[in-house]
Design a protein around this ligand. Structure first.
Ligand code: ZN
Length: 321
């Protein structure tokens, strides 16, 4: 979901994020895992910003980019207040389909490494906070507890009448959507009457429910942005994982941390517009690059031993060659 601006209450954050970066060192970031691990093992407050790349490795479709269509549309055409107002049945079919797809997906090694890291470090008095743009709850399912879902969740609803928000894991979410939502371009709209779409169960409300996600053109929740700001201001290490760093203001979060001299490590399939601002960059699938980066102290020893062995063997080979 793209946000074009922050809410008024969070405007100070936006101003903070918009500072120039003139003082930054623009040298190519390091991909030295041992150097990253040295910093990681000394860190007390770690912020981990995650994006669509982490979900993509679990096979979660984003309906964006080449081939990313649901029927004839991409997410940015359906995930808007205007689309919902015009055709709530179609938009609910789209979200019903996405919810049902998630029942067939599982957290991948990147999600699991983050959750295991939080669990392990919390016992040592350290904090790990996941700030995610993803709405699929795979971090939660992997076991992460300290999560800020800045774009909401597929598994939460909000009432259009009374504003009540609630978790909702029903499958299907309502009887009329059962068997609906097929993604093929030839599928006709189900044209479900609005009274049969998901409705609020608060006493005497019965208002129309919508997915509690941030749609294109909507603002991020100011309360969550303030909590995010606190985490970013207090972290001593920041990881930015599987995100293209082009969706604002989330894209600015890691750059804000880097600008105050805190090490930031990017884990991504490719360079991003922000890569040169970071201390570390680890290229590749984050399910492959993240587990060795976040593993326990014991494995660090093993890693050092392995690196020393390689070094020693290389010297020996050179001596004999
Ligand atoms: Zn309601």
């Amino acid at each position: 979901m793209i946000v074009s601006r922050c809410t008024c209450r969070a405007s100070h954050l936006y101003a903070h994020l918009s500072k120039p970066w003139g003082c930054l060192d623009m040298a190519r970031p390091s991909s030295d895992l041992a150097a990253f691990r040295d910093i990681f093992l000394r860190s007390k407050n770690i912020a981990i910003i995650t994006g669509a790349g982490v979900s993509a490795e679990s096979g979660v479709p984003t309906f964006r980019g080449a081939g990313g269509y649901w029927r004839k549309w991409q997410a940015q055409e359906l995930a808007t207040p205007e689309a919902f107002s015009r055709n709530p049945s179609r938009v609910w079919e789209f979200y019903h389909y996405r919810r049902e797809v998630m029942l067939t997906k599982n957290p991948n090694p990147a999600h699991l490494a983050i959750a295991e890291c939080e669990n392990r470090l919390s016992k040592q008095g350290c904090a790990v906070t996941v700030i995610t743009q993803n709405i699929d709850e795979l971090h939660r399912r992997a076991g992460s507890k300290n999560i800020m879902e800045i774009h909401g969740s597929l598994f939460r609803t909000r009432c259009m009448s009374c504003g009540h928000e609630a978790a909702n894991y029903n499958s299907p979410i309502c009887a009329a959507l059962k068997g609906k939502g097929a993604p093929d371009p030839d599928t006709d709209d189900a044209r479900i009457p609005v009274q049969q779409l998901p409705r609020c169960e608060q006493k005497s409300c019965h208002g129309l429910l919508r997915p509690a996600v941030v749609w294109f053109g909507e603002t991020l929740d100011s309360d969550i942005l303030i909590r995010v700001e606190k985490v970013l201001d207090s972290c001593d290490l920041c990881l930015v994982v599987g995100t293209s760093s082009v969706v604002y203001p989330a894209a600015m979060f890691a750059q804000q941390v880097a600008a105050r001299g805190i090490p930031v490590a990017e884990f991504n399939m490719e360079d991003t517009p922000a890569t040169m601002r970071f201390k570390f960059h680890f290229r590749g699938p984050c399910g492959t690059t993240l587990p060795p980066a976040l593993t326990s102290v014991f494995n660090t020893g093993a890693l050092r031993w392995y690196i020393m062995m390689i070094y020693w063997l290389t010297i020996k080979r050179n001596q004999h060659g």
